[in-house]
Design a protein around this ligand. Structure first.
Ligand SMILES: *[C@@H]1O[C@H](CO)[C@@H](O)[C@H](O)[C@H]1NC(C)=O
Ligand SMILES: *[C@@H]1O[C@H](CO)[C@@H](O)[C@H](O)[C@H]1NC(C)=O
Ligand SMILES: [Ca+2]
Length: 457
């Protein structure tokens, strides 16, 4: 039953092995979000139960469980029609202040509705009344502990807190609450149905959060390693930090550069040449149009898991944090590969307003197998078809159907058209001239950065 599942789930969690190891906010995030969800469920359920108590029972109850099937989902509600709602949590300890605010709102409205319905409550008979009273008590306790947890959570975010006794207590009480909910399924079919509806709307409300969380979870495959990503209370500023925190799998992660505190998602290459690479450009199948204007190149476009440009404002925020090296991996249509490595890379490093300044390229110190096709672009501003910052009397981006740090015009054009190998037009494909000349458009290109060795701890 539900209680068993809860317990087996709980026993599988790291914190059952001792409080001393709970130095990571991941667990706390999990518990907190869970509490928020349970509270909302309880409130809505209770209110709706009171409102619809006399409504006829027509269908079987949905099943609430702390999840086994759906990987990474914390709670699953399975409705009678077979549809499922999964509640996910973010392993990377994002800022849950909004959730706390919502939680507090929920608590307040719960207390109000319990008071308001006190009279009604008395008319509800026997077992059901006891159940509601029980629920009210449990929720009140949960509220108190959620308050304490919030303080712990804030302390943890500063990297100094301990989870303390509250986590244990909360765990016990959550267990009791879940038991109550499951025991009451027979009597509270309507409630539980309403709960899934309520959860549905809550899901909508939290749509943005959920989407982000889901994506974060997709790239958090090694459960045991997850807590390390928030070990010392600070957030990763690039993929190298994530790599140093123990993540060894390629995928999408959230990074929080010093001057981009809201963070964003990137693809991390954790396997090439020692790993820890933050990818900012990829071409692989021609599925994304790269012939775009300035705003697109500043804001980024494409799919992080596929072809994409991360966006100049993010590349800038990353590369001003430290001295970064650049690696460019290339592949042709005969499956040959080559790479170019640059010991120094950055955009807008010396600009007061980098966007205004055109994100000038800083590039130096070539090594690799593809030959150098970028050093000649050193110091050049970025040019797009609608913003001409190059040294040509024409617009090189328009002329070569790309967007690059053109001079007059280029020795490489990795944002050019996806022309699939040899082409008769001149230099307007995905070109890396020192490897394949100006009339061969590459199959694959990936540009990625990592703090330079001198900067690594
Ligand atoms: C936490 O770890 C990150 C990355 O490993 C590091 O950059 C940062 O300085 C550390 N912060 C503290 C307070 O130790
Ligand atoms: C290149 O590799 C792909 C997938 O590994 C394979 O299907 C294809 O036949 C290869 N092409 C050549 C020219 O070797
Ligand atoms: Ca020009």
């Amino acid at each position: 039953n539900v209680q068993d599942r809860w317990e087996s789930e709980a026993n599988g969690l790291p914190f059952s092995k001792g409080l001393s190891r709970m130095s990571c906010g991941y667990l706390l995030c999990t518990i907190l979000l869970f509490v928020a969800v349970l509270l909302a469920v309880t409130v809505t359920g209770t209110i709706l139960f009171m409102n619809h108590y006399h409504a006829p029972v027509t269908e079987g109850p949905p099943l609430i469980n702390t999840n086994q099937d759906e990987k990474n989902a914390l709670v699953t509600i399975e409705k009678v029609d077979g549809s499922r709602i999964n509640i996910f949590i973010d392993p990377n300890c994002p800022d849950y202040n909004n959730n706390f605010l919502r939680l507090e709102g929920v608590q307040t409205s719960l207390l109000h509705s319990l008071t308001d319905h006190d009279m009604d409550l008395k008319s509800v008979k026997g077992q059901d009344r006891a159940l509601l009273v029980n629920l009210a008590e449990e929720v009140a306790k949960l509220s108190a502990h959620a308050g304490q947890l919030k303080m712990d959570y804030e302390a943890l975010r500063r990297g100094q807190g301990t989870l303390g006794q509250d986590l244990n207590t909360l765990q016990t009480e959550q267990g009791r609450l879940i038991q109550l909910l499951s025991e009451s399924q027979i009597n509270m079919v309507k409630v539980v149905n309403s709960v899934s509806d309520a959860l549905n709307s809550m899901q909508k409300e939290q749509g943005v959060l959920k989407t982000r969380v889901k994506a974060d979870l997709q790239r958090a495959p090694v459960r045991g390693l997850r807590p390390k990503s928030c070990n010392n209370g600070s957030r990763p500023k690039d993929c190298y930090d994530i790599y140093m925190n123990g993540q060894r799998e390629d995928g999408i992660y959230s990074v929080f550069p010093t001057h981009y505190p809201s963070g964003f998602q990137v693809f991390c290459d954790m396997t090439t040449d020692g790993g820890g690479w933050t990818v900012f450009q990829r071409r692989e199948d021609g599925s994304v149009n790269f012939f775009r204007g300035w705003e697109a190149y500043r804001e980024g476009f494409g799919k992080i898991t596929g072809e994409h440009w991360l966006g100049m404002k993010r590349i800038h925020a990353l590369t001003i944090q430290a001295n970064y090296e650049l690696r460019i991996d290339l592949e042709d249509f005969e499956n040959s590969t080559a790479f170019a490595h640059y010991g120094t890379f950055g955009v807008g490093l010396f600009s007061v307003d980098p966007d205004e300044d055109g994100y000038p390229l800083t590039i130096a110190d070539y090594s690799g197998t593809a030959g150098d096709s970028l050093l000649k672009h050193n110091g050049m501003k970025f040019t797009t078809k609608d913003q001409d910052n190059d040294h040509s009397e024409n617009n090189c981006a328009s002329f070569y159907h790309g967007a690059w740090w053109y001079r007059n015009c280029h020795t490489s054009n990795l944002n050019g058209q996806y022309l699939k190998g040899h082409h008769t037009s001149y230099a307007d494909g995905i070109e890396w001239s020192s490897w394949t000349g100006w009339q061969y458009s590459l199959k694959y290109s990936e540009m990625k950065i990592r703090p330079n060795k001198d900067d690594k701890k």
